[in-house]
Write a protein of this length. Sequence first.
Length: 142
Amino acid sequence: MDKGGQIPIQLSPDSAEPMYHQIEVQLRALILSGRLPEGTLLPSIREFAAELACSVITIRRVYQDLENEGILRTKQGTGTFVAQVGTGERERYRKQAVAEALREAVQTGLQVQCTQDELRALFEEALAQAFAARGINGGSES
């Protein structure tokens, strides 16, 4: 979180993804990456909605979804906090998020008639570009 207390969420009005989904995915990633540590008080629903220029209903849905997943806790009269997420849970969520994104990418590829070999080559290319952009050696670390 930056020094102003704002949560760094970037919304794309041109995205096909609904606004609540964009917010939820980014907020989940901030929590599961540890950038929003356990116990962090989140803005009230109204404050967060105003900050992101979206509906209170949108933020309420995000908070409820993440609370149902066990990564947020709401205390009546106090606010919404980042819950304790164990290492095993964090690892499971991390892998689940990547697996979901990969499944969506594969579905997109299949819709435009990509072969398995084309999809594999596209994945390898995207992986190499991402690692190069971060200055990381793309070799296998297993």
